[in-house]
Design a binder for this molecule. Structure first.
Ligand code: AHR
Length: 548
């Protein structure tokens, strides 16, 4: 095998020729190395990054619009097929993609939620005003659960949902409107041994004798905004009261997650960590949560133009620099980098013009553009497997960047679901370095500024003798003929799974749920390098058998 250094490789590929055009969407071609290739990918098996935490493939469920009620909880008496009140279709679709961890009950809702309202016999639970009630979109819709929450989905129901789909629970604690004591009692309710405390008995009365062993606890949510509007120093004082000294362990290694910044607010990270460090309280913190939502100028989920295609991808691509920037600032105080990043809200957030039910606040349709946002973001997390310990796409169903849309007995998988399904192979595998070179994509944004974005990007991971390489092609119309070199092993059979759309505005509907679905082809390549054509506007997974 010809050996080149990484520097030589990048230099030699900068001069690549122009792209091939007109490739039919979804076609797959495996060939030997070719001079027609305009792009290159080098997978460097001997440059490990770290193990990809399965928790990077996590989800987020908030009492917001149609996420919990209608999306997940339909009730035991419902005509919608259910498992003890939980929508059966969502359980069955989630299991194969291994959801790893689910964050609940918010979001902004968490800082108005009293967990005690959601325990005990369901018919006796209080009905409460939901945090989101004043959103204009809900004004016209009557007294729906999105406005007045009957608390039928509480801690026991959420834990049951997690168990059904084999996910770990991640609970977000109310810091803004409840005292710290309510948090300690929630821990006691969840984790104290069977029969040990009054709260353990209440848990048992609700049908759950054994402790829930909840490990992940978020101390507030967006504490710079809806979670209290604190300064970093004020939040550090709150964090201390909640998360240091007084929380009982019950033999569970509790992992506390601080409410981190929105986007590029490096001062929130810096000032909070400095304030916490003054009292040497850093060691009780496991993760630091970052939120980053992505949107494009006209904000339309489906009726977007070319500019909005690229603007959205470029905005999502900021995740890479957000991770490195916050990581660097975290290192100023936490020199050993003991605290990891938790991106516990991320996704593409569009205008609410395509929601399928008026009560589904922030509901939106999803196209291949959203699938690319998901693919390139998950690739980013994989490439930062040494820094990112958890991530939760917002939100699971009927809200923002969802995997599912559900309305009474109707249910569908979005293109983003298919990305999670394709990428599940990365969970727990060893991330290795990938060097990619492809013609850069250029466009002008709404302010007439010249913008650019990489043409191809991706990530790779290894488990035993199998390599998973995932790649997004951001170009709207051009396929990328790519020479792929696997350095450090020989190549056997390849399974290529492609998610692309005939028209980039296509989306799955209840009438046509399989409009945007992946296809898989098997290739016999037998050597490296080989050439692979990535269709325009696509997400691809290559599963490659390795020999050494
Ligand atoms: O995901 C919707 C909302 O976005 C969450 O409740 C909040 O944390 C964020 O601002």
């Amino acid at each position: 095998m010809r050996c080149i250094t990484r520097r030589d490789f990048v230099k030699s590929t900068m001069a690549c020729g122009v792209a091939l055009t007109g490739a039919p969407l979804g076609t797959i071609a495996g060939r030997w190395a070719s001079s027609l290739a305009d792009s290159r990918i080098d997978v460097l098996l001997d440059e490990p990054i770290g193990t990809i935490a399965p928790e990077i493939y996590g989800h987020f469920v908030e009492h917001l619009g149609g996420v919990v009620y209608d999306g997940i909880w339909v009730g035991e008496e419902s005509r919608v097929p259910n498992i003890g009140g939980i929508r059966r279709a969502i359980v069955e679709a989630l299991r194969p993609i291994r959801p790893s961890v689910i964050r609940w009950p918010g979001g902004c809702f968490a800082d108005s939620y009293d967990w005690r309202d959601g325990i005990g016999p369901r018919e006796q639970r209080p009905r409460r005003t939901n945090f989101w009630i004043d959103q204009r979109a809900l004004r016209e819709v009557g007294n729906v659960p999105a406005k007045y929450d009957a608390n039928h989905f509480g801690t026991n129901e959420f834990i049951r949902f997690c168990r059904l789909v084999e996910a770990q629970p991640y609970l977000a604690v109310n810091v803004r409107s409840l005292p710290a004591r309510a948090f300690f009692e929630w821990v006691e309710y969840c984790n104290s041994p069977a029969g040990s405390t009054t709260l353990a008995e209440q848990r048992e009365a609700g049908g759950e004798r054994e402790p829930f062993e909840v490990k992940y606890w978020g101390i507030g949510n967006e504490s710079w905004g809806c979670g209290g509007n604190f300064t970093p120093e004020e939040y550090a004082a709150e964090y201390r009261r909640f998360a240091t000294w007084a929380v009982p362990q019950y033999d569970v290694e509790l992992a506390f997650i601080g409410s981190g910044p929105s986007g590029r607010d490096l001062e929130w990270t810096r000032r909070f960590l400095r304030a916490l460090d003054e009292r040497r309280d850093l060691d009780r913190m496991w993760g630091w949560a970052l939120h980053h939502y992505t949107s494009a100028p006209n904000g339309e989920a489906v009726a977007f133009d070319d500019m909005a295609w690229y603007d959205l991808l470029a905005s999502a691509n900021l995740m890479d620099s957000l991770i490195t920037a916050h990581w660097q600032v975290m290192g100023e105080v936490d020199r050993q980098h003991r605290i990891k990043l938790v991106v516990d809200e991320w996704g593409a957030w569009h205008r609410m013009t395509t929601n399928i039910d008026p009560a589904h606040l922030f509901g939106q349709q999803s196209t291949i553009r959203d699938a690319l946002v998901a693919g390139l973001t998950l690739d980013t997390f994989n490439r930062h497997a040494d820094k990112v310990a958890m991530a939760n796409i917002a939100q699971l169903v009927n809200c923002i960047h969802s995997l599912f849309l559900a309305d009474e007995d109707e249910f569908l998988l979005t293109p983003t679901y298919h990305v999670f399904s394709m990428y599940a192979a990365h969970q727990g595998a060893r991330a290795v370095r990938v060097v990619t070179s492809a013609p850069t994509v250029h466009w002008r944004d709404a302010e007439e500024r010249d913008r650019s974005l990489w043409g191809l990007n991706g990530s790779a991971s290894v488990r035993d003798d199998a390599l998973t390489l995932t790649v997004t092609n951001s170009h709207l119309t051009e396929a990328r003929e790519t020479e792929i070199t696997i350095r450090g092993a020989t190549v056997g059979a390849i399974a290529a799974t492609t998610l692309a759309a005939r028209d980039v505005h296509d989306h799955n509907t209840f009438e046509k749920p399989d409009t945007v679905v992946p296809t898989t082809a098997r290739l016999r390549v037998g050597r490296s390098p080989f050439v692979y054509r990535f269709p325009a506007a696509s997400v691809t997974k290559l599963e490659i058998a390795l020999g050494r």
